[in-house]
Ligand binder design. Structure first.
Ligand SMILES: Nc1nc2c(ncn2[C@@H]2O[C@H](COP(=O)(O)OP(=O)(O)O)[C@@H](O)[C@H]2O)c(=O)[nH]1
Ligand SMILES: [Mg+2]
Length: 356
């Protein structure tokens, strides 16, 4: 059954409950989502998965081309696994934006595995490398208690994709039946509030803002109050883009967090750093500074389509031990997808693995 049939199935009249009840709210949220009915979700789940893998493969084509050229010649059966081989492997990984430290660690792990398994020639190493890369991504997420409303805060530098990602995330949660509110805590530019309102509308989420120039922390506080009072399941807080080196703006982020915590214990429950994959190795310093400046417990990597720097996902996860929860593969609403470590590793390394 496709997603929309299932949603419509959930909208049977006998399920309609008393106005204001949680069932009614869930029903309203689902009805809104179903009314939007984007053609992409009209396909079966299997088709969606297939299409997504294909899109992931396409999106990582530039990164793969960079990595693949080197790996292709390295993983020839005629190569012997000597010191030069391991050096070249490390260099190739660095060129693929995996980062020096991560490349060194991966090459070392692979060397050890190859030493143990003598039958594994260069050709077999490709699969082992995919394994190791997928293993890097298996970061344990700390268990989260189910809280309502759950508060998700998005931060990141200008243009990383926070606003559009907030709406895309809202869309995914609305499809799960969550009543969702998006708050515009980016109050620096009136245009930013308008952009978010437009995207929230497209996603079918409710929207909370104050007149431009308002205090972002006040917006966050009021939105949290509204979320509690009106029985929202989820509150997404979009913040202004900031340079991680700007201390005032980082302080403001900390203030938003404090204020959210005061209105709702434990909020924000998820602090997501949105990273543009094009920034390559600079993403590492962004993670460090945003982490120091107020805490980050999750990463969303955007714009993996059309960049050759997709390998940075490996560096970020390996060095910071933060989970990548979603990845952005384009500008459309449906282009934000849950991160799948195995599919990502396969797409990074080559098409044969994509057919697995
Ligand atoms: N190609 C591509 N573009 C994206 C992706 N995510 C966001 N964008 C675009 O990046 C631009 C900046 O996004 P925005 O959400 O306004 O960034 P913000 O400044 O961090 O809020 C917009 O044009 C988005 O459509 C993605 O995954 N792929
Ligand atoms: Mg924005």
């Amino acid at each position: 059954m496709d997603i929309f049939s299932s949603i419509k199935g959930l909208l049977r009249p006998e399920q309609t409950a008393a106005a204001g009840s949680p069932e009614q709210k869930r029903h309203d949220a689902l009805e809104k989502a179903a009314a939007l009915d984007p053609p992409v979700d009209a396909a079966g789940e299997e088709d969606i998965q297939k299409r997504f893998r294909f899109k992931l493969g396409q999106s990582l084509a530039a990164t793969r081309a960079r990595l693949g050229q080197g790996l292709g010649s390295l993983f020839q059966p005629s190569r012997s696994l000597d010191a030069r081989f391991w050096e070249e492997l490390e260099e190739t990984l660095i060129l693929g934006d995996v980062g020096c430290e991560a490349a060194g660690l991966l090459a070392e792990r692979l060397r050890k595995r190859a030493a143990k398994d003598k039958s594994c020639g260069p050709a077999g190493l490709r699969a082992l490398l995919a394994d190791e890369i997928a293993a890097v991504f298996s970061v344990e997420c700390p268990p989260r208690a189910a809280v309502v409303p759950e508060v998700i805060m998005l931060s990141g530098v200008n243009g990383a994709g926070k606003t559009t990602t907030a709406a895309k995330l809202a869309r995914l949660y609305i499809l799960q039946g969550k009543k969702t509110l998006i708050a515009a805590a980016d109050t620096f530019r009136a245009a930013a509030v308008e952009q978010l309102e437009l995207w929230a509308g497209r996603a079918g989420a409710d929207f909370y803002a104050r007149p431009a120039g308002g205090d972002p922390a006040a917006v966050a506080y009021e939105a949290a109050e509204k979320a509690v009072k009106e029985g929202y399941d989820l509150l997404l807080v979009d913040t202004a883009g900031r340079l991680q080196t700007n201390a005032n703006l980082m302080d403001e982020l900390a203030k938003i967090r404090r204020v959210l915590g005061k209105s709702l214990p434990g909020a924000p429950h998820r602090s997501i750093l949105v990273l543009d994959a094009n920034t390559g190795q600079n993403a590492l310093s962004q993670v460090k500074l945003f982490r120091d400046g107020g805490g980050v417990n999750e990463i969303i990597l955007t714009k993996l389509d059309g960049t050759a720097k997709g390998g940075v996902a490996v560096a970020v996860t390996l060095l910071h031990r933060l989970p990548v929860s979603y990845i952005g593969l384009g500008e459309k609403m449906e282009d934000l997808r849950p991160f799948d470590a195995r599919a990502f590793a396969s797409a990074l390394l080559g098409e044969e693995d994509l057919k697995e």
